[in-house]
Structures are given as C-alpha cells and as structure tokens.
Design a protein around this ligand. Structure first.
Ligand code: ADP
Length: 484
C-alpha cells in the first residue's frame, strides 16, 4: 500500500459542492498501478445526474466567488499553491503509483503544476479593461472584463496534476467556478489536489471533481446550458466530438489536442546538444506527452553521426517501476498504449525501417516497452502521420531546408516543433516556416507557466499558461455611457 506522510490525501470519493461523495447508485471503477498491475483502489462511477448536481452547485457558488476581489481570490490560490508544494512528496508518490512516470519526474510535475496556481493568482490581479476614444462628444466608451461563468474541464492521464492546475488556476483566479472530470486512470492525483484546495479555503461548489463515465459526464458538461465554457486536454478525436456537442449551446472552447511534433537536426547543429534534447523530448514520460518529438528529421551529412550518438544515449536509459531509484522510463499507461507502439514498430520495420535500439515489449512485462530507435524511416510509414505516444524515435533523412519544412508541416497537427541549428538566418526562416503553436530552438523542453502553451490547425484552440491563459476564462463587456 502507499506509504504517504499524510494518508488523508488518498481519497476514494468524488468531491462535489464541498462534500466527499459516492455515486448515486454506489457503483465504482477500479484504478490500478501500470507498473505492477496491482489494484490501488476505487473511485465513484458517476454519470450525468451527479455532474448536473456539481454544475448547479457551481452556479450557486459563482456570485459570491466572483464578488470577491481578485486579491482575495489570489490569497486562497496562494495557500493552495503552498499546500501543494508542502505535500509534493505525497502527491508525487500518488502520481507515480497511478500513472507510472518516474518519481523525480512526478515531483517535477507537481512543482510545475503548482506554478500555474501561483502564476494565475497573480495574473488575476492584473485583469484590466480599457477606455476608447469616443466618436460622440456626449458618450464615453468603456471595456470591462468579466468571468465567463461556470466552466467544465476534462483532463487526461499523462499529466495528472499539471493539466488540472493549468485550467483550474486561471478559472478560479478570473472568478469562475469549475467542475472537472479527471481521466479514469489517474483520479487520485486530482482528488488529492481537491483535498488541498478545500484546506486552502476554496469555497464549496467553486471547484468540484466528478469521477466516472466519460461519455455520460462529458455529455452533461457539453449540453448543460449553465456551463459557459469547456476546456479539454486529450485526443483530437475526442476534442472534435466535444466541440460538436458544445455547438448547440455555443460554449466557449479551449482545446489542447494531439501533436505530431517534428524534431529537426540540421547539419550545423551541436549534435551532443541535439541528442540531449531528443532524449528529453522523446523519452520523457515514456513518450506520452502531446509535445513529445514524434518524427526526427536528420540532415543527410550528420544522419549517421546523430544516430550513433542517440543509440549510445538511449542505452543509458533505465526502464523500471517509477518508484525505484535511477529509473528514467516507467511503463506505458495501459495495454492499448503498448499495442499502438508495437504496431508502429511492426509497420515501420515491415516497410524497410532499420532497427537501431529496442523494438519490443520489455522483459519486465505489464506496460513496459523498450526505448526504441528506427532508422531509414519513410513517409509511407504510420509514424509519419500518426502520434505514437510511446518510446519510439523514428529517424527520417532530409537534404534541404525547404524540403524539411514542407515535411514537418505535412500533418493535420500543429502543436510543438523543435530544431537544432547555429545559423541565425536559418533559425529565423525555419521558426517562421513551421506551422505550429510552439517552437523549441536548440532545446527539447519548452513548457513553463510563463509561456503560452497551445496549438494551431487540429491541435487545438486557445492558449494555457502565460498572460494569455486567463483570457480564455474572461468575456469582454462594452459599456457605452451617454448623457454626459
Ligand atoms: P487519451 O488518448 O489521452 O486517453 P482521450 O481524449 O481519450 O485521450 O482522453 C482524455 C480525456 O477525455 C479523459 O479524461 C477521458 O476520460 C475523456 N474522454 C474520452 N472520451 C470521452 C467522451 N466521449 N466524452 C467526454 N470525455 C471523454
């Protein structure tokens, strides 16, 4: 069992309107450890009725929450942030147990997650309106910004804490209540955050968590007219469906969807730095992030040298249960995830790919997969167009800058892209040529609370984090004051 310093952080009930509750019919869902297959516990299997209750409670809590000053809301959020950091070890252990990522990575996510609460607590104080030049001498034109209202959020399992705080932080700071559904695989991290939110003084109804059936909960969140905004992080396929479901009630949408990130190594790159960046971008979280390098394009003249160095670096990765010291790659989330990586490997090898490392399920069993590298990858292989979401690095070869920009952009996705070069002219041309929301130049890690995270094309709508992130939770009101 989990050895937590504070065992009360592990909850098996949902948190609705300030109370810890079961599903109406008492049904539950099981949550298991992807490294061991062991049962961790259960959470309520809730559906539309419980979600409706949470939405109505949020609506009832909204007037008092929006009436507070931004500074008062910031004080509550600041306490929540501090409590998250104080309990970082426990939160990391819960996360590794249900999600699989190595403990140091989990702790890093907890700190990253907390940073959004701190950031938006401060940003809430800086929400400002405007006054405009009036075309009439007797009237004045004023712009104010108001909280949009009750928000609903659906979050994924790959970042069980940070994808929550990145949404709840700006919503609460802006004066909006939020009802959230965490992923079925990782509800305990979400519920632990709710314990700390309650302790920090977030009022009943302002932040509720419903666990359970995605379709039923999502159906209520998207159709209920009380909900003014839906924010979702997950697959493009589910994002499309939710957008469709939100259309009849014209909800504002924020969507952080799939990516298919290109990682380009030019002939003038610092190859050691590029390898370090590739390892961080590709194998972090076992390749299960939407900004993970999915296609590695390496220029002809440095292709073999880069491949050799990457093979040597991958040999140093240690696969294992994330709670063990020294482990750098945990298991994938479930059997379906392993099967997808296996299919992509088989497809690439079947069409002429050359295996340089890994290539199969790891001897540890369960969700473990060997860190894999395949060379001589071509555009007819599935890895060229589909997100693998696993520890597979496919190496494509290219000759010219224009060719690689076209290849990089040849996807419906447009989230992150990375490239390595030392030439200032090339850096600008390529950065401007890439059709993505984010570009990492000479780095494989780009996320932080200060920068805007989000995509273009079918990778999503809106931006999270940064000074722009709170705008998604605000609406503009224009007041025309006459009789002056
Ligand atoms: P992933 O590939 O990351 O599992 P999903 O888009 O399937 O991506 O899951 C992300 C989140 O969306 C999870 O919380 C999941 O429960 C939820 N989800 C999946 N299907 C639906 C649906 N039909 N309606 C609402 N939420 C859904």
């Amino acid at each position: 069992m989990l050895q937590l310093k504070d065992p009360t952080l592990l909850r098996h009930q949902a948190y609705v309107n300030g109370a810890w509750v079961d599903a109406d019919g008492g049904q539950t869902i099981n949550v298991s450890n992807p490294a061991t297959g062991e049962h961790i516990g259960t959470v309520p299997l809730m559906g539309a009725a419980e979600t409706r209750c949470a939405i109505e409670a949020a609506n009832a809590a909204w007037p008092a929450w929006r009436k507070k000053t931004a500074k008062e809301r910031a004080a509550v959020l600041r306490r929540w942030h501090d409590l998250i950091l104080e309990n970082a070890d426990d939160l990391a252990l819960i996360m590794t147990t249900e999600q699989g990522k190595p403990l140091p990575e989990a702790k890093g996510e907890v700190q990253f997650g907390a940073s959004f609460i701190e950031w938006f607590a401060e940003e809430g104080k800086r929400v400002a309106g405007d006054t405009l030049q009036s075309p009439w001498p007797d009237r004045r034109l004023v712009i104010t910004k108001e909280p949009i209202g009750v928000c609903a959020a659906i979050t994924p399992w790959n970042f069980p804490a940070a994808m929550i705080t990145r949404k709840v932080g700006p919503a609460l700071a802006a004066g909006c209540p939020m009802v959230l559904k965490p992923a079925e695989a990782t509800p305990f991290s979400a519920l632990a955050l709710a314990v700390l939110a309650e302790r920090a003084g977030v009022p009943a109804g302002v932040f509720s968590i419903v666990t359970g059936a995605p379709k039923d909960i999502g159906g209520e969140m998207t159709s209920n007219p009380i909900v003014r905004k839906l924010t979702f992080t997950g697959s493009t396929q589910v994002g499309r469906l939710l957008a469709e479901q939100c259309a009849p009630t014209i909800k504002k949408l924020s969507l952080e969807l799939g990516g298919n990130a290109p990682f380009i190594v030019f002939d003038d790159a610092d190859l050691d730095a590029a390898v370090e960046g590739a390892i961080a971008s590709k194998y972090r979280n076992a390749g299960q992030t939407c900004v993970c390098a999915n296609r590695l394009y390496v220029q002809d003249s440095v292709y073999d040298a880069f491949a050799d160095k990457l093979v040597a670096a991958v040999a140093k990765l240690k696969v294992g249960n994330g709670i063990e010291a020294g482990v750098t790659q945990g298991p994938l989330i479930d059997a379906k995830a392993v099967a997808k990586v296996e299919e992509h490997v088989a497809d690439a090898l079947g069409k002429g790919g050359r295996l340089l490392a890994g290539g199969k399920r790891h001897a540890l069993g369960n969700g473990f997969f060997e860190p894999t590298i395949i060379a001589d990858v071509t555009n007819d292989m599935r890895v060229a167009t589909e997100e693998t979401f696993g520890p597979l690095a496919p190496l494509f070869r290219f000759k010219t800058d224009d060719e690689v920009i076209a290849l990089a952009n040849n996807t419906e996705f447009g989230l992150a892209a990375y490239f390595y070069s030392r030439d200032i002219g090339r850096i600008w041309r390529v950065a401007e040529g890439l059709e993505t929301g984010m570009v990492g130049v000479n780095t494989g890690l780009i996320s932080n609370e200060i920068a805007p995270f989000g995509g273009v094309k079918q990778s999503g709508l809106g931006r999270e984090g940064s000074t722009y992130g709170i705008e998604d939770y605000l609406v503009i009101k224009y007041i025309c004051m006459g009789g002056i």
